[in-house]
Design a protein around this ligand. Structure first.
Ligand SMILES: C[S@@+](CC[C@H](N)C(=O)[O-])C[C@H]1O[C@@H](n2cnc3c(N)ncnc32)[C@H](O)[C@@H]1O
Ligand code: SF4
Ligand code: SF4
Length: 340
């Protein structure tokens, strides 16, 4: 806890995106990860790598992939992370989030620090299939409703805005909020195509005819929370092609691939095997080595994901952060909201 706070104020990462597997049961048009076949760490290696990361000061893990729930051992991985006292957000397409899975997640949730985010971009079955590449809309809606009724687990829904679903954000917000869950969103990135994939028909217009997309984002962003609103302000700058400044890579967040290798973010390849070395002794050298490529990237081909801009956007707006955190605490305290 104190180490993470120290990191937060000294420009060291507190968030780790862990792609636990590259395997996936969806075929999203905007994503390349499912096309990759990468090895996965043994549970012993997971324990070693995350033990080191705990000492390093990582506080929160975004457990994603691929889809984390296609990995049979994911509950063992979550148990290791929970035992090490990380906050864990399981980010899933929701296809395998059955009541049985919710129970297993709840069993692992010994400290109330495991949350679930389901990706849902639309309330239209056809649009769902177009974006996600599979016909699983009904099962995902059923599972989101089960999550909303679950007594132990907190959860939310996250949407990716593309040219074919941006008008649905208000409707999605109402649906998700009506279930008592939290709703968040950000725009489609197709700049580097390492984790992302390019699909011109889903691309949002840049600079020019973007105002109606922005109007929808502002309208819904303001309804969610001051923290999300701060994040969306940056997302709008990104869409307008304005300069964003440094991203979170290696300052606020890191990414670990399924093999246990470290990379600055989900769009840059992993290169540093944390199974073999300890991040704590190597960090200064690694950061120095990557400083220029990261700077080149955020200046020339920036991205805007929750995991690559979220912490920075919130930290860059201290009064909003304090207000947002106190509102979130009050909400949690009175049990009115179910996430963040
Ligand atoms: C890469 S997925 C991994 C977790 C899980 N499979 C899922 O879909 O939720 C994490 C999040 O990134 C989003 N995403 C995928 N490709 C994207 C892109 N090109 N731009 C923005 N977000 C994207 C997904 O919709 C999802 O919400
Ligand atoms: S976005 Fe998630 S669900 Fe879609 S293909 Fe990528 S990893 Fe799978
Ligand atoms: S802008 Fe930063 S987070 Fe985004 S791809 Fe480039 S280095 Fe990674």
């Amino acid at each position: 806890m104190w180490k993470s706070l120290f990191n937060a104020f000294t420009g060291k990462p507190t968030l780790c995106v862990y792609d636990v597997t590259t395997r996936c049961n969806s075929r999203c048009a905007m994503c390349s990860i499912w096309k990759r076949r990468e090895k996965e760490m043994s549970l012993k290696d997971v324990e070693k790598v995350f033990n080191d990361l705990k000492k390093f000061g990582i506080h929160t893990i975004f457990l994603q992939g691929g889809d984390p729930l296609v990995k049979k051992e994911v509950f063992d991985v979550i148990k290791i992370l929970d035992d090490l006292k990380f906050d864990v957000n399981v980010i899933t397409n929701g296809i395998l989030l059955s009541e049985k899975t919710l129970e297993k997640l709840d069993m692992a949730n010994t400290r109330g620090k495991i949350t679930v985010t389901v990706s849902l971009d639309t309330l239209d079955r056809k649009v769902y299939k177009r974006i996600r590449g599979v016909d699983k809309f009904d099962i995902v809606i059923k599972n989101i409703k089960a999550l909303s009724k679950h007594k132990g687990l907190k959860g939310g829904v996250h949407a990716t805005i593309t040219s074919i679903n941006y008008k649905e954000m208000e409707k999605l917000h109402e649906f998700v909020h009506g279930l008592g869950l939290c709703f968040t969103f950000n725009s489609y990135n197709d700049n580097r195509n390492y984790a992302s994939a390019s699909d011109k028909k889903l691309d949002l217009p840049k600079k020019g005819n973007i105002e109606d997309v922005i109007a929808e984002m502002e309208k819904v962003g303001n309804k969610i929370s001051p923290l999300h609103s701060a994040f969306i302000k940056g997302n709008i700058k990104y869409l307008r092609g304005e300069e964003l400044g440094p991203c979170d890579a290696f300052t606020n967040s890191i990414r670990i691939d399924s093999e246990g290798k470290l990379s600055p973010c989900l769009e840059l390849p992993a290169f540093f095997d944390l199974k073999k070395i300890d991040i704590n002794s190597e960090w200064k050298d690694v950061k120095k080595k990557m400083q220029c490529p990261i700077k080149r990237c955020y200046t020339k081909t920036p991205c805007y994901y929750g995991c690559t801009r979220g912490v920075g956007a919130v930290k860059g707006n201290l009064p909003t952060m304090i207000r947002g955190l106190s509102e979130a605490t009050v909400q949690e305290f009175f049990g009115k909201g179910k996430f963040r």
